[in-house]
Design a protein around this ligand. Structure first.
Ligand SMILES: [Cu+2]
Length: 490
């Protein structure tokens, strides 16, 4: 593909995933001349906004019907790319639901192979989780039910089939979920879907000349995570969006297989981060660049009242103070007739104080890669020296217990560590308290090489003696290669 096809210039990745991971989260980074000189990049395709799916109410339950299907998607003019999607050819609808609602999701598998759908970020019964043990056979329908106990947040769903998560997500089996709650709806925040409140699923893909994007990872891809040279938002390459309000809320989701994004704007402008993975922060935090591993979400508010076009961009760090634009994801074009938004609320949510002393137990999780030189498919990635075994329950946890999990990265690349069935808080990173912009509810924590993070975690509401939940690296190639373990809550 030539760059003229997309309207965005594309360059080779300057740094591998590990090196990109070094671009740690920071709130006061100085942009070098590079990105400023580069300016904003013009998009050529209107941003695709996934349909909003509110389900339907049946017997006080909100019911969604999802269909996993094969499809063909036109990413480039005139070329049909074989893909997979949910209720469509690529990705899925945005499901919207409220705290305390009972929901049921009827998931029909219309592809010719097994699949699952995992509800990433939710505290829910193990049998409803949609992990590797809840396989949906071709032609079958799976109907998990659960009560939404989460606060207002941006969650997501994706296939989580043992050994095939990476391939399925690459093909398109993922979608976003928006949770609302009563308190959040009284806040002054942009909240009109598709107008000033936008779902932004960030991905990168690698295309062949014929327009196909086969999942064919090399040895290097299996080690570093499968990455692409073509960025897309909601399946839109070279996306632009015409804004009509001075403030816009972007619900960022890193839905890539293996790329750690450092997200900011082409002119280096500051923006406000208002939410982490599992909900709103206590207060908005001003940031210039945020680091997001695969699986992580961040809600941000960008101020466009200066009327200037600006591009949502993934940067790579060149030095302590210099970054270079790597992927131009989305051009925002303020309409000259834009309306002034209300200033956003200064207080967003009430988060409980972190009390490490309430923990009854500490567990350690050592992330490592061994024998990298001779590593073939499926080898090399371990947690506490072990690889995922569907028949082994690695940890049994008491319901309602509070624990500290210490995640240590002994390897030479960054790993986003995700835990099912819970929203946790970061206690500290290498002994230092988390920065304000990540001091909120999390289900995935990015741990850089040689670093560690301690999290405070509890397991509420549900028990199941037999059916486990997963914890794993969310670089999907690592997960599929065994960097995953299982726990039950009893
Ligand atoms: Cu990993």
């Amino acid at each position: 593909m030539s760059s003229s096809v997309t309207g965005f210039s594309r360059r080779k990745l300057l740094l591998g995933t590990a090196a990109v991971g070094v671009a740690a989260t920071t709130t006061a980074m100085v942009f070098g001349r590079g990105p400023l000189a580069a300016g904003h990049v013009q998009g050529s395709n209107p941003l695709k906004i996934p349909p909003l799916d509110l389900g339907k109410i049946e017997n006080n339950t909100r019911v969604y019907d999802l269909d996993i299907q094969h499809g063909k998607t036109e990413f480039f003019g005139g070329l049909q790319t074989p893909t997979m999607g949910i209720n469509g050819s690529y990705l899925g609808p945005v499901l919207r639901m409220r705290e305390n609602e009972d929901i049921r999701i009827n998931v029909t598998n219309s592809i010719n192979e097994d699949a699952t759908l995992h509800w990433h970020g939710f505290n829910l019964p193990a049998i409803a989780d949609g992990g590797p043990h809840q396989v949906i056979r071709p032609g079958a329908t799976w109907s998990p039910q659960f009560k939404v106990v989460e606060k207002a947040s941006t969650m997501w769903y994706h296939s989580h089939l043992m050994g095939k998560t990476a391939e399925h997500v690459w093909a398109g089996l993922a979608g976003m979920i928006i949770v609302d709650d009563e308190q959040s709806q009284t806040l002054d925040l942009p909240n009109t879907y598709g107008v000033d409140d936008l779902p932004i699923a960030l991905q990168d893909r690698r295309f062949l000349q014929d327009g196909t994007m086969p999942y064919a990872p090399s040895m290097h891809d299996n080690m570093m995570g499968m990455t692409g040279d073509t960025p897309m938002v909601n399946g839109t390459i070279g996306a632009y969006f015409e804004t009509t309000t001075s403030l816009v809320r972007l619900r960022l989701l890193n839905a890539s297989n293996g790329t750690i994004y450092s997200m900011g704007f082409s002119d280096g402008r500051f923006f406000k981060k208002i939410a982490t993975d599992g909900g709103l922060l206590a207060a908005p935090v001003d940031v210039q660049l945020i680091s997001m591993g695969p699986g992580e979400r961040a809600e941000i508010i960008v101020d466009l009242s200066d009327g200037k076009n600006v591009t949502l961009t993934h940067f790579v760090r060149l030095s302590q103070s210099e970054v270079s634009p790597e992927f131009s994801f989305l051009e925002l074009r303020p309409s000259p007739n834009s309306t002034m938004s209300k200033p956003i609320s200064n207080t967003l949510a009430t988060l409980p104080a972190l009390m490490a002393e309430t923990a009854q137990n500490t567990r350690r999780f050592d992330l490592d890669m061994r024998g990298m030189m001779g590593m073939g498919m499926g080898g090399g990635f371990t947690i506490n020296g072990e690889q995922m075994d569907m028949k082994v329950i690695n940890h049994t946890i008491k319901k309602d217990s509070v624990e500290i999990w210490e995640i240590r990265n002994l390897s030479r690349m960054a790993h986003p560590f995700h835990i099912h069935n819970t929203q946790f808080r970061i206690l500290d990173r290498d002994g230092r308290p988390p920065e304000p912009h990540e001091d909120g509810l999390k289900d995935t924590v990015l741990v850089l090489p040689g670093r560690s993070a301690r999290i405070l975690i509890s397991f509420k509401h549900y028990t199941d003696e037999k059916v486990p939940y997963m914890y794993h690296c969310h670089i999907l190639e690592h997960e599929d290669a065994g960097m995953m373990g299982q726990f039950t809550v009893v």
